[in-house]
Design a protein around this ligand. Structure first.
Ligand code: FES
Length: 913
């Protein structure tokens, strides 16, 4: 039943005929077209949908349309009605407070409510007022700073001028649409007449499935067009590795995890949403699932995939020297076993997109990290040539690796082609959490040994990763971890193994670090053990062993430059001493249950794919009107590549970055830049962008025969080229059009040099590595078992900081996710499938964070840059665990360290005394 509801929106009168119980968020988005209000959970957990109702912040997903009758609603679109950012939005831009931007509208509305009551809020007031809105990208620090500085007079840096972009804290080129609500994410531009697709999923982890006849259901349900089954899918398999396409789009009769796709309903949005799984003629014969690595490896375990005996997906190994013998004769030895669990990406934007047929092609608009891989996967599923598929990425509201795998893409493409019209699919939060890939649970055993001076002589690490029901990025994890398992240290004798093991868990895939964060927990505990045995300072033992230029890695690769581990540790010496003094003072003064401790974690991270070709191609052109167009195939998932790559390209061309426009990721208009993962875009696509800029510059100079040092000035419709001997004007309208309508075009391609690993894992798997160390100050309540992180100081060797503000932002966000891994996040299928049972760090959880940028330049990289996306997270959990041990004596071997587990360990420790 509908009613007419009248209210004010952003100062204007609105009347809608809707059900009075319809969510206000849906009214705003669907009936009024105000898609600046985002929906992340429909349960009041994430706060992305926050709006003002009569000036007070409310979750619009929990507000019924009937509640706003006669009242006044303000959305993000109401903050800048003329398009000029207000003071708060300008402050967000100045401080770099929006990364992916999906949380920004909610943050801005909550902050607006606070600032209307209090023009100069304290940090605590900001944290309290915005505490209901979650951000998965920023670590919150820049958001707090932006709100506190909302009345500040500073301006965001937007025009550094020609040649001055690299190294400048340039505001994001896409900041304005993220802050006004104009940015379009996966669910924001769905055509009104689109059919909707809803995927139904298995409630069982392992079962045979029988599909009945859906004809009666379709006939009896208003608006329901069809139920798609595997028989509707031309090639019913997808997966990352061409030889391992092992995941069905829709089940063929066996489901292997809770969340496996069964069938897809197609119809009106109301029709598909009204259906329940129980309405469908689907029956299950459930079987006992393989819930962990041990069960899956048992000799009598069911084999989940025909071609994978023993349920082993893959094994990777690195062997150097005689690790076992060196261990046995060493002065100091340590051994340990470590466990981690599934971790959810929890991006605030659930998977979403839409597709339509265009002639004999299909066009898919989707939130993704990997446009060209998506195109190839869709073509494979449809069994059509790649050039009949166009993928246009929407803005991506967070990915962290989870949007490297396809989600809605195959079924959208199939449905659009079958029905010949636009179709849309938007996951609800429980769908997203049930079906998306996770961080691999790990079971790691390792042992390290050192001589009397604390120099490592041997390291051995065996890591079993629960890769879940399907391969996804499991091979990458199993291959990367043996390379990194000895830590960022010179170790002469090494034996590391990584294995992916199939179970009936959710598919585990890529998640910021590809297994390296799990391994770092193990190897950093070994370093603390050895320091304790040898009574060495924990920073000092790491410094003595830090991998330096000229020393071979575990794979025998000799880094000749940009191995900045030691400089990072040197940079931390002073804060390390200071925080240790602070903790000692606190503990001497405290007679209660609170204990402080300080810990350190170090890491290294190979940038890009492991021992595989890893190319990127970039193009930049000038059109006849004098507009610079950057054809950028790299997807910006919030980490800032739209801005950073433009900064690099602009300086290489000698043109002002403020004149750049860009096309991001459209598979028809941009070349393949590879996926946004493995911290590779700044290094790999950045080098390609640098070359493209140089190529553009060269083609302009050649056109007028000018020398290399000539200055190029861009004027409307005209380029002026000046050198010592001449001044040339190039009138762009007079020039012939080239590719993509440009009159000048530059192109760059970079594939970082690697050397394949041999049978012993020896080779050069990466062209360069990032290095970092973080120290943590924690406070443990020994009565409750709770751990509060008070401070993190992070030193990161990024080669060169192309944009220092964004480097800091990446590290802040990495620290937040590392804290989640260490202390609170554990995904349990069927139990933690929303954001009120699955907790991620909030404003109130975050410590003070200090970032020290170390610039040990990488000659191969653009202007010396490497990457920082994953390194921001890797050392955090080891640093926190080291600090907990320092505070309490408990040696942490399982993540997350939930309060009841720490309390039990403290109780056991007390009992052993
Ligand atoms: Fe906050 Fe991405 S910027 S969720």
């Amino acid at each position: 039943m509908t009613s007419t509801i009248s209210f004010k929106v952003n100062g204007a009168r609105a009347r809608v005929d809707v059900s009075p119980v319809k969510r206000l968020s849906d009214v705003l988005r669907d009936d009024l077209g105000l898609t600046g209000t985002k929906v992340g959970c429909n349960a009041g957990d994430c706060g992305a949908c926050t709006v003002l109702l009569d000036g007070e912040q409310v979750c619009s997903c929990l507000t019924a349309a009937g509640q706003v009758e006669g009242r006044s609603v303000t959305t993000v679109e109401g903050l800048a009605p003329t398009g000029v950012l207000n003071d708060l939005q300008a402050s967000f831009k100045r401080h770099g407070a929006a990364q992916c931007g999906i949380c920004s509208p909610g943050m801005l509305m909550a902050a607006s409510s606070l600032l209307s009551r209090c023009s100069s809020p304290t940090r605590t007031q900001v944290e309290d007022a915005l505490g209901g809105v979650l951000c998965r990208c920023t670590g919150y620090q820049k958001i707090v700073e932006a709100v506190m500085d909302a009345g500040g007079q500073g301006e965001a840096l937007t025009c550094p001028g020609a040649g001055a972009a690299v190294g400048a804290p340039l505001a994001k080129l896409d900041a304005d649409p993220k802050l006004t609500g104009a940015e379009k994410y996966g669910a924001d531009s769905i055509p009104k007449d689109a059919l909707w697709v809803r995927i139904f999923r298995s409630p069982h982890a392992f079962a045979h499935v029988r599909l009945g006849d859906f004809g009666d259901l379709v006939a009896a349900t208003d608006g329901l067009e069809d139920i798609l089954t595997h028989e509707d899918i031309p090639f019913n398999r997808f997966g990352i590795y061409p030889v391992g396409k092992d995941q069905p789009v829709l089940t063929e009769g066996l489901v292997r995890y809770r969340g496996d796709a069964l069938v897809a309903a197609v119809g009106t949005r109301q029709a598909v949403q009204s259906l329940q799984l129980a309405d469908l003629p689907v029956t299950f014969e459930a079987m006992p699932p393989l819930t962990g690595v041990a069960e899956a490896k048992a000799s009598d375990a069911f084999q989940l995939h025909e071609d994978k005996p023993g349920n082993i997906l893959i094994e990777g190994a690195v062997r150097k020297g005689e690790a076992k013998a060196a261990f046995e004769s060493a002065a100091a030895r340590s051994e340990g076993a470590f466990t981690t669990h599934f971790v959810e990406h929890a991006y605030i934007e659930p998977e979403a997109g839409w597709a339509r047929p265009v002639g004999d092609r299909v066009e898919v608009h989707v939130t993704t990290q990997a446009v060209h891989m998506d195109r190839d996967e869709i073509a494979s599923v449809l069994q059509i040539p790649k050039d009949r598929v166009r993928v246009i990425p929407t803005a991506c509201g967070g990915g962290f690796g989870g949007k490297l795998d396809v989600s809605v893409q195959p079924i959208l493409a199939v449905a659009a082609m079958k029905y010949g019209r636009a179709v849309a699919c938007v996951y609800e939060r429980p769908d997203s959490m049930a079906s998306s890939t996770k961080r691999h649970p790990s079971e790691i055993t390792c042992r390290f040994a050192a001589d009397e001076q604390g120099l490592l002589v041997s390291s051995e690490l065996i890591a079993d990763f629960n890769t879940g029901a399907y391969a996804s990025w499991g091979p990458t994890v199993a291959g990367r971890v043996p390379v990194h398992g000895s830590g960022p240290y010179f170790v002469p004798n090494v034996h590391n193994i990584g294995r992916g093991v199939f179970t009936n868990g959710p598919p585990a895939g890529a998640f910021r670090g590809f297994g390296v964060p799990q391994a770092a927990i193990a190897h950093e505990c070994m370093m603390d053990d050895l320091a304790e045995q040898l009574t060495l300072d924990r920073l000092e033992i790491r410094l003595r062993n830090a991998l330096r230029p000229g020393q071979p890695t575990a794979t025998g690769q000799v880094l000749t430059h940009s191995a900045g581990m030691a400089p990072c540790l040197e940079a931390l010496k002073e804060p390390w001493a200071e925080l240790n003094r602070q903790a000692d003072g606190f503990n001497r003064a405290s007679s209660g249950s609170l204990r402080q401790g300080v810990g350190i974690g170090a890491m290294w991270y190979g940038i890009g794919n492991t021992a595989l070709s890893n190319p990127s191609t970039m193009e930049v052109g000038i059109d006849p009107g004098g507009q610079i167009v950057f054809f950028n195939g790299a997807v910006d998932i919030g980490q800032g590549s739209n801005t950073i790559l433009a900064q690099i390209c602009a300086d290489a061309a000698g043109l002002p970055v403020e004149a750049f426009t860009y096309i991001m990721g459209d598979s028809d208009l941009t070349e393949d830049a590879g996926k946004t993962s493995a911290s590779r875009q700044t290094f790999v696509s950045g080098k390609a962008a640098e070359q493209a800029g140089q190529d553009l510059r060269l083609s302009i100079l050649r056109h007028v025969n000018a020398g290399e040092g000539a200055r190029i000035t861009l004027l409307p419709g005209c380029l002026v080229v000046e050198d010592d001997s001449a001044r040339h004007e190039i009138h762009l309208e007079d020039l012939p059009r080239q590719d993509k309508g440009m009159v000048f075009m530059g192109r760059g391609n970079f594939d970082p040099p690697t050397r394949p690993l041999d049978e012993n894992g020896q080779g050069d798997p990466y062209a360069t590595y990032g290095f970092a160390a973080q120290i943590a100050l924690v406070e443990v309540d020994t009565d409750l078992g709770t751990t509060r992180v008070r401070k993190i100081v992070a030193a990161h060797d990024v080669g060169r900081a192309i944009n220092p503000q964004q480097v800091e932002g990446q590290i802040h966000g990495g620290i937040a996710q590392g804290m989640g891994l260490a202390l609170m996040e554990e995904y349990v299928p069927g139990v933690t499938e929303n954001l009120h049972d699955y907790l991620i760090p909030t404003f109130g959880d975050m410590p003070a964070m200090e970032v020290i940028i170390v610039e040990d330049e990488e000659p191969l990289g653009p202007y010396g840059a490497k990457g920082v996306g994953e390194p921001g997270l890797v050392p955090t959990a080891p640093a926190i665990f080291g600090a907990v041990r320092h505070a309490t004596g408990v040696r942490v071997t399982e993540a997350p360290l939930l309060p009841h587990k720490l309390k039990a360990a403290l109780t056991n420790q007390e009992a052993r005394k």
